[in-house]
Design a protein. Sequence first.
Length: 128
Amino acid sequence: MKDVFQLPFIFSAPKWGGLVESRKAFRYALSASAVFTWQDEVGVRQQGGGITRDISTTGAFIYSAVPPLANVPIRVEFDLPPFREGAGSLRIAFRGHVVRIEESEADPDHTGFAVIGESTILGSGKGR
């Protein structure tokens, strides 16, 4: 049986070190490949990729060297690996809006964006 923690992602429960989560939904650390699409200011469909930093039931934060524009509608997809041997992966796809861009010239690996989801679709992950 494969150890789920040896797969190319990281999933961890939140730490309760005395911090109070003031958001509407708790965020969970999750590092998974993400693909996202949006339309630029002239209406041309753009596609990008990145790595999720965390997810919640209401959205996600995604590291990406080239983030989408702020305040645009976006579609995001990523796969959760199987939780047990022989099971398929779980595809999460959601539509939402980019609510924040965080750019870091000093550390480009940590440039990214926050997205609030408006609708979510769960399915089997069989490639994009």
